[in-house]
Unconditional design. Structure first.
Lengths: 172, 434
C-alpha cells in the first residue's frame, strides 16, 4: 500500500510534469458502474468524512497502461529510441519487485533455429537495458520463440514488422 | 501446473491418430525420358473376393512419383501374367516397355499372406530380381513399398526410399491459440501418427540413426527443452532444460550423443555436444555470435553449424571433439541450417537467392552451389537416406506444405497439405532395418 505522502508526491510531480491542466485531453466519460448491494453479513455504519470536499484523480503524464510489447527493425536487435522510455517504465515497475519474462520473436524469413537466435538477441537487448537501470538479474527470464508464435500471419512487410518484437510477461 | 501439463501431454503422447490417409497430389516434374515399365495386376489366391490391399497401386504410385518411370496403362497390356514363367518378352517389347513386373498375393492364414514378385528385363529377356515375403494386413503396405524399393534399385542403381518415413511438425490455429503436433508418416503421406501434441511450439525433430527415436524441442511451460522420444512406446525423456535456449538437436552417427544449441541466461547461443546417457555437455564454440543448427558429418568427424560471426549467417564446421571453426560457405549473404547427405558428399542449406529463401545444395569437393527450390520462403532441407532426394517445406498461400526434389534438381513433387494445418520442418528417416 502506498503511503499518502508518496501518493501526494506522485500527484504533485504528475501535476508539474503535466503542465497546464487545461491543455490535457480529457479522458472519455467514464461509464456508469452499478455495484451490487452488499449481501454479506458484515454490518456497516456511516461516519462524517466530509473533510475536504470531493476531489478528482489526476492524469499520470506517462499515462495509461504499461506498454507490453516493443517492435524492432528488420535484422536488428536495437531498441528503438522511441521505445527506450517504455523499457525504463518497466525498469521502474520492476524496481518495486516482481519478475518479468522477456519473450523475443522474429519474422518468418529464413531458418527457424537461426530465428530463435534472432529473437533471443532482441530479448537480451531489452534485458541489458533493464539490468543497467538497476533491475536484478534474477527478476528477468528470457525466452525466444523465434518465428513460432507470429501475431501477423501473412507474409507482408506489415506482418513481419508486427512479428519482430519483444513481449513483457509479468508473473506477479 | 507444469506437472499437470506434462501429465496431459504424456496422455496425448502416442495417441495414434488414425487420420484419413493423406492424399498425395501427384505433381511431378520428371526427367525428360522416364523409363517405360509395366506393372501387371497381381494375382490373388485367398478366401475373400479381393486382396487386402491393392499392392499394385502402391507400387505403381511409388514408381510414378519418383519421376524416373512411366508405368504403362493396363489397357495397353497384351497379356497379364501373374507368374514369371508366363511372361512373353515379344509381347512386352511390342508394347514398348523396358521392364515388366509380375506377382501375386497368396493367403496363408487368417491374417497371413505371402507377397511375391518378379522383375524382368524385356530386352535382356531375363529376371533381374524375384522376391517373396510374408505380410499381414497391417504390414502389407510396407511390403508393397519394399517391392517398389527393390524394383527401383535394380533399374536405377540407386537405393529406393519408398519404405522410409518422414517426421514433421504441424501448427493449427485454434481460437486464440495454436495447436502444434509432431507427426510421423510413411514417405508417401500414408499412416500418419501424431506422436506429440502441445499448445506450445514444437520444433526441430531429428531421427536417431536406428530410426527408433526422435529428438525434438518443446516449449511446454514457456521454456525450451529438448526431449528424446521412443516411437514404439511413446515414452520420452527430457535431456536438456537449462536456463535460456535449448535447441536444434541432432544425433551423432552412433546415436549416443546429440549436438545441441544452448544459450544460457546471457543468451549467447553456442554449439554443445550432449552425451545422452550422462547428460554431460561439452562446449564446442565460444563466439559471442549466434552459433546454432549443428549437424554431424556422417563419418562423425565434424559438426557443421550456422554462425553469424562474420555478419550474416554462414555455414561453418568444427571438429566433433573441438578445434577452430572454419568457414564452409562463401556464396551469398545468407546460408543457414546445414544438413549433410548421408554419403557425405553434399551439403544442403537454406540460401538467400536474390531475396528468396531457397534450398541449395553444395558439393563439398567442388564447392559449387545449386539452388534446388523455387519458393520465396523455403526451409528445413533434409536428405533421404539414399542421398538422392531432399524434402523441405515451402509456402502455399499462408500454409506450409512439403516438397521433395531430386538432388540434381530435375524431379520435384508436392505433398498436399493437411486441411487447415501449417506443415513444417520435415525430416527424412534413415533406412529401416529388417
Amino acid at each position: 500500500m502506498m503511503s499518502y505522502f508518496k501518493l501526494f508526491s506522485l500527484a504533485a510531480i504528475a501535476f508539474l510534469l503535466a503542465g497546464c491542466p487545461q491543455n490535457t485531453v480529457p479522458d472519455p466519460e467514464p461509464t456508469d458502474t452499478t455495484y451490487p448491494a452488499d449481501t454479506d453479513d458484515a454490518s456497516t455504519s456511516g461516519a462524517d468524512t466530509d473533510m475536504y470536499g470531493d476531489g478528482e484523480f489526476m492524469d499520470d503524464p506517462s499515462a495509461g497502461e504499461l506498454t507490453m510489447v516493443i517492435y524492432f527493425d528488420f535484422d536488428s536487435s536495437a531498441v528503438r529510441a522511441a521505445d527506450q522510455d517504455i523499457v525504463s517504465r518497466h525498469a521502474m515497475q520492476l524496481g518495486g519487485g516482481g519478475s518479468v519474462r522477456l519473450e523475443g520473436h522474429a519474422d518468418e524469413r529464413g531458418s527457424r533455429e537461426y530465428n530463435i537466435g534472432l529473437g533471443e538477441r532482441r530479448a537480451q537487448a531489452v534485458r541489458q537495458m533493464l539490468l543497467i537501470q538497476g533491475v536484478s538479474a534474477d527478476q528477468i527470464a528470457t525466452v525466444s520463440f523465434g518465428e513460432e508464435r507470429p501475431v501477423g500471419f501473412g507474409s507482408s512487410e506489415a506482418d513481419y514488422a508486427q512479428n519482430r518484437r519483444v513481449e513483457f510477461k509479468y508473473s506477479n | 501446473m507444469r506437472k499437470l501439463t506434462s501429465i496431459l501431454l504424456s496422455l496425448l503422447v502416442f495417441a495414434c491418430v488414425t487420420a484419413s490417409a493423406q492424399t498425395l497430389r501427384i505433381d511431378v516434374q520428371g526427367v525428360a525420358q522416364p523409363t517405360p515399365v509395366a506393372i501387371v495386376p497381381f494375382g490373388w489366391e485367398g478366401d475373400a473376393a479381393d486382396m487386402p490391399l491393392d499392392v499394385v497401386k502402391v507400387i505403381r504410385d511409388d514408381l510414378l512419383r519418383s519421376g524416373r518411370f512411366a508405368p504403362v496403362d493396363e489397357a495397353k497390356m497384351l497379356q497379364k501374367p501373374t507368374d514369371g514363367a508366363d511372361v512373353d518378352f515379344q509381347d512386352w517389347s511390342f508394347v514398348g516397355v523396358e521392364a515388366v513386373v509380375v506377382g501375386k498375393v497368396i493367403q496363408t492364414g487368417a491374417n497371413a499372406y505371402t507377397l511375391q514378385f518378379q522383375l524382368f528385363d524385356v530386352f535382356g529377356r531375363r529376371q533381374l530380381v524375384g522376391y517373396r515375403m510374408p505380410a499381414s494386413r497391417g504390414t502389407m503396405r510396407g511390403a508393397a513399398h519394399r517391392v517398389a524399393d527393390m524394383i527401383y534399385e535394380k533399374l536405377t542403381g540407386i537405393k529406393g526410399v519408398f519404405g522410409t518415413k518422414v517426421a514433421y511438425v504441424t501448427a493449427k490455429r485454434e481460437g486464440e491459440g495454436r495447436s502444434y503436433s509432431l507427426i510421423v508418416s510413411d514417405q508417401d503421406g500414408f499412416n500418419e501418427h501424431m506422436i506429440m501434441e502441445s499448445a506450445d511450439p514444437i520444433m526441430s525433430p531429428a531421427w536417431s540413426p536406428d530410426s527408433r527415436q526422435l529428438a525434438y524441442v518443446s516449449f511446454e511451460g514457456n521454456q525450451s527443452s529438448i526431449f528424446v522420444q521412443t516411437l514404439r512406446t511413446g515414452n520420452r525423456f527430457k535431456v536438456s532444460s537449462k536456463p535460456g535456449i535449448n535447441g536444434a538437436p541432432s544425433f551423432s552417427p552412433d546415436g549416443r550423443k546429440l549436438v545441441v544449441t544452448l544459450g544460457g541466461v546471457d543468451g549467447n547461443l553456442d554449439i554443445y555436444v550432449l552425451d545422452i546417457n550422462s547428460r554431460r555437455t561439452t562446449r564446442l564454440t565460444t563466439h559471442r555470435a549466434i552459433d546454432t543448427e549443428g549437424t554431424w558429418s556422417p563419418d562423425g568427424d565434424y559438426i557443421y553449424f550456422t554462425s553469424d560471426r562474420s555478419g550474416g549467417p554462414q555455414i561453418y564446421r568444427v571438429g566433433a571433439s573441438g578445434g577452430t571453426p572454419e568457414r564452409v560457405t562463401f556464396e551469398g549473404s545468407y546460408n543457414a541450417r546445414p544438413r549433410l547427405s548421408p554419403d557425405g558428399k553434399r551439403l544442403a542449406m537454406v540460401h538467400n537467392d536474390r531475396g528468396n529463401y531457397r534450398i541449395a545444395v553444395m558439393s563439398l569437393d567442388r564447392k559449387d552451389l545449386l539452388v534446388l527450390s523455387t519458393g520465396r520462403q523455403d526451409e528445413s532441407p533434409s536428405f533421404a537416406p539414399n542421398s538422392d532426394i531432399l524434402i523441405y517445406a515451402t509456402r502455399q498461400g499462408r500454409n506450409g506444405v512439403l516438397e521433395t526434389v531430386s538432388a540434381d534438381g530435375l524431379i520435384r513433387q508436392k505433398m498436399a497439405s493437411r486441411a487447415g494445418g501449417d506443415v513444417r520442418e520435415p525430416v527424412w528417416s534413415p533406412f529401416p532395418r529388417f
